[in-house]
Ligand binder design. Sequence first.
Ligand SMILES: Nc1ncnc2c1ncn2[C@@H]1O[C@H](COP(=O)(O)OP(=O)(O)OP(=O)(O)O)[C@@H](O)[C@H]1O
Ligand SMILES: [Mg+2]
Length: 257
Amino acid sequence: MIGLTRLEKRFGDHVVLNDITLEMAEGSVTALIGPSGGGKSTLLRCINLLEIPTTGQVRIGDDALDFHPGQRVGWASIQRLRRQTGMVFQSFQLFPHRTALGNVMESLVTVLRWPQERARQRAMELLDKVGLAHKADAWPATLSGGQQQRVAIARALAPSPRVLLCDEPTSALDPELSGEVVDVLARLAQEGTTMVMATHDLRLASRIAQEVVFLDAGTVVEKAPATRIFSTPERERTRRFIASLTHRETESGNGAL
Ligand SMILES: Nc1ncnc2c1ncn2[C@@H]1O[C@H](COP(=O)(O)OP(=O)(O)OP(=O)(O)O)[C@@H](O)[C@H]1O
Ligand SMILES: [Mg+2]
């Protein structure tokens, strides 16, 4: 399970996450939705400790870390927690000087010190899982955005993280390429991969997530099952936000939910 307890993140005087308490079950997919600047990326970055929370607790499985203002947490503890996470970014961020296979193998060889052959085998299995075994030797620059993102997903999964964190995994892609990434994420979800995903794509959220968290101005306004929050949100703010997104999608020709 992933647990956030009374989490707060400030940048100077600016409170970006305010008293967030959330639990995400093992094997579940949680979508984070909400207006730009609401704190979705910061929340993901606090789970893998790319941002250090100001106060509160982050728990992944049996590992928990408490944060207090002015108190530094040791690097080893941060690394231990971070290694239980894999992150997928909007902009893919593949290593340009490594092939697709090299990208997926990288952390296994350099961080986990696996022998080359074992790492290669695991990386090939993962490339196969995302439908890209035939592109193992390709350079990132020669791959489409959707293919690059699928390599990035394979890379994030390589060390078998407990949770896959995805920050807008499809928003840099046009609808066709985004579809192939959504298919991969949907399959991972079906297989029981625990995921937390920030997204503006309500169709992605409604197709994959069991739980949806609506985050606005650093506060959890509403958390509810995906089946309910899109049809009958409890809070007026949630309703207005979902209505605005659905309207925008319909206008841009992407169709409604
Ligand atoms: N390193 C930083 N230093 C100062 N302020 C920051 C930093 N990172 C984020 N913020 C601020 O925190 C707030 C939340 O940003 P965040 O990127 O988490 O929002 P978001 O919900 O992911 O938005 P978007 O939908 O646009 O991606 C914003 O006001 C942002 O300016
Ligand atoms: Mg963001």
